[in-house]
Design a protein around this ligand. Sequence first.
Ligand SMILES: NC(=O)c1ccc[n+]([C@@H]2O[C@H](COP(=O)([O-])OP(=O)(O)OC[C@H]3O[C@@H](n4cnc5c(N)ncnc54)[C@H](OP(=O)(O)O)[C@@H]3O)[C@@H](O)[C@H]2O)c1
Length: 328
Amino acid sequence: MKVLFIGGTGFISTAVSRQAVALGIQLFHLNRGQRETDLTGVQQLTADIHQPADVRLALRGLAFDVVVDWIAYTPEDIERDLALFQDRVKQFVFISSASAYQKPPTHPIITESTPLANPYWQYSRDKIACELRLMQAYREQGFPVTIVRPSLTYDTNFPIAIGGWASYTLPDRLKRGLPIIVHGDGSSLWVVTHSDDFARGFLGLLGNGQALGHAFHITSDEVLTWNQIYATIAEALGVQAEFVHISSDFIAQVAPDLTGNLLGDKTWSVIFDNSKIKTFVPGFQATIPFHEGIRRTLAWFDADEKRRVVEVEVNREMDRIIAAYRGK
Ligand SMILES: NC(=O)c1ccc[n+]([C@@H]2O[C@H](COP(=O)([O-])OP(=O)(O)OC[C@H]3O[C@@H](n4cnc5c(N)ncnc54)[C@H](OP(=O)(O)O)[C@@H]3O)[C@@H](O)[C@H]2O)c1
């Protein structure tokens, strides 16, 4: 199978790429070539996806069985992809987001039939619009789309709600004994998924004719409270965490930029029913519990000091929210 990933060196797609190559998939990446990666066996096409002439040049003379766009966020991105790949691929995979599912959920068990509606987060509404456009293309032109909706998925990043998920800011805070913010009373339920687990489910969908026209989420079956998620990170670091529990509404008032991520996503309890991916990819089961996955993540950061970036702005925002909450 000849497969193109637009993106491919990200938090999820790096693990997927590694496993794809191990399975013997002939894998191409189209990205700007700016990320640190230990991937081998991938053929690199260097272009900025937003520079159409460069993209056409990079793709000239190449044909793929499957294209996965890891970095499409708006209907304009989808129109570009339709123009590039209509009638030219056997399968096109759009990476959507589980945040597209109805918020607040009227029922905490999320299936692929849960309505898509998110009044709080433009990012999620844009993903919904992308899905709708692709399903229209599927119905009207037979465009061979498969939609995949990751929920909070981690590898070389931290699956957290507040504190800078792409950097070492939160672990650094914990190590320095500084308080961290946990939204609500920390008892709402959430699911985090290791990218290596996601990859095994995901790769079972590639080249899978039954998956055309369908949408899937792929998550762990381990359900945790947010208190457990943060406590597990602290435990893996060998420190005691000081939690400051603050309601999502209050946080969103003090820091409006966090509204979508909280009220449009992580505020609400969700439990993912993974029956569909297990039916289409027999044998799939997430096997990496968070207490193990987070140790792998920390080991990756421990391996190179340059990776342990601390974001000053994120720390400032956390301090500001805590100070406002404590009335200082
Ligand atoms: N992780 C989660 O919890 C989660 C949850 C829900 C949905 N998602 C979805 O998952 C997707 C992200 O997956 P990911 O982990 O692979 O991505 P990622 O961590 O965002 O990585 C982005 C990838 O795209 C490339 N890239 C970025 N800008 C580019 C540009 N202008 N032109 C060409 N390449 C570009 C990057 O390489 P260069 O920088 O070298 O170009 C890199 O390979 C998104 O669609 C997101 O909405 C993720």
